[in-house]
Design a protein around this ligand. Structure first.
Ligand code: FNR
Ligand code: LAC
Length: 365
């Protein structure tokens, strides 16, 4: 009897389902889970669906251009791969597979401080992957300075300082599943910072300095030859502080609903922030972006680019580098389709007139 072909994975939701079948329960709970009641986790997806599009017709969409300008550089499209720790838990090739997908799709990859691959090893294995480095500032500032120097030396083009994890969120799925631990030696930067033995994600997070202040950010921005972005901003007040402290960009993010629960989604926090500081620095957003139409809405509300988190890991879990690449390409195909059908052939021309609050009831999955 001929084998039944596996169902084709068409949408990102298909990859999510397929990934949940191949990942072990500990890794799955780490990736999929959010903080406490997961209100924000769910709302991250629902919030984009609460926005309706206002398409324009007869504008001529035969030639479309998804490119955007980010930190003063033209990029072929507005997607980035969000920094995500411990990708070796998801696939044997870990971050190197993700970097291959990034290179093949001209997508900037943000390498996490808590990666299972060092910044040097990634740069050597996939030199043509456009890359940024995500910095968790450790209590030992010497480690962080050294990391910044390594990032500069190995071709990372920007520093993303994550500021919404002074302490680890209360991730109950991980507690229930008894999430596994990893050897500190598998996380090269943690090992360099003195960590050793078997550690959980929460244990690794204890390396992060809970006393980080704006003055530290200002110092990084002043000392670094790379542009500095701050990731984890949810209010216009903090976005204005970011401007005052010399950063080049803010990433509107609630860390994928994994830190403080019941905060606003990226979609709901973005407009006030883009209004307050969008003409002074680059505003990016992440959280719950699962469709090309979500990307269109983010750009319309003032984001220059968007970061994609979990869906890349779903692709990685299902099929390594080619799987992650297909996830990105699926979103790019959807984005192209949405630009044509919304009547905004240039991604960079989208504005707030393309979205309106949706009249339909909340669309939670
Ligand atoms: C993350 N995120 C994250 N952020 C960060 O700055 N440094 C990190 O090391 C990690 N690690 C991490 C691991 C995993 C498994 C996930 C799912 C997320 C947060 C990430 O960068 C991003 O903000 C969210 O994942 C975006 O939301 P979506 O696209 O996953 O809904
Ligand atoms: C997380 C960290 C490590 O969200 O950023 O799991």
């Amino acid at each position: 009897m001929p084998h039944a072909l596996p169902p084709r994975l068409v949408s990102l939701a298909d990859y999510e389902r397929a990934a949940s079948e191949v990942l072990d329960p500990g890794a799955l709970s780490y990736i999929a889970g959010g903080a406490t009641d997961e209100v924000t986790l769910q709302d991250n997806v629902a919030a984009w669906r609460r926005l309706a599009l206002r398409p324009r017709i007869l504008v001529g969409v035969g030639r479309r251009d998804p490119s955007v300008e980010l930190l003063g550089v033209r990029r072929p499209h507005p997607l980035l791969i969000a920094p995500m720790a411990f990708q070796g838990l998801v696939h044997g090739d870990g971050e190197i597979a993700t970097a291959r997908a990034a290179a093949a799709s001209s997508t900037i990859m943000c390498l996490s401080t808590l990666a299972t691959t060092s910044p040097e090893a990634l740069a050597e294995a996939v030199p043509d992957a456009p890359r940024w480095f995500q910095l968790y500032v450790f209590a030992d500032r010497g480690v962080s300075r050294d990391l910044v120097a390594r990032a500069v030396e190995h071709g990372y083009e920007a520093l993303v300082v994550t500021v919404d994890l002074p302490v680890f969120g209360l991730r109950e799925r991980e507690l229930r599943s008894g999430v596994g631990s990893a050897h500190a030696e598998r996380v090269p930067i943690a090992a360099a910072a003195g960590a050793s033995g078997a550690m959980t994600a929460a244990g690794f997070a204890e390396l992060v300095d809970p006393d980080l202040r704006w003055s530290d950010i200002e110092q990084f921005a002043a000392e670094s030859s790379l542009p500095v972005l701050v990731k984890g901003i949810l209010t216009a007040e903090d976005a204005r502080r970011a401007v005052a402290h010399g950063v080049s960009g803010v990433i509107v993010s609630n860390h994928g609903g994994r830190q403080l629960d019941t905060v606003l989604s990226g979609a709901d926090a973005l407009p006030a922030i883009a209004d307050a500081v969008g003409d002074q620095l680059d505003v990016l957003v992440d959280g719950g972006i699962r469709r090309g139409t979500d990307v269109v809405k983010a750009l319309a509300l003032g984001a220059r680019a968007v970061l994609i988190g979990r869906p890349v890991l779903w692709g990685l879990a299902v099929d390594g580098a080619p799987g992650a690449q297909r996830v990105i390409e699926t979103l790019l195909t959807e984005l192209d389709n949405a630009l044509a059908l919304a009547g905004s052939p240039q991604a960079s021309s989208l504005d707030a007139t393309f979205v309106t609050p949706a009249p339909w009831p909340d669309q939670r999955r």
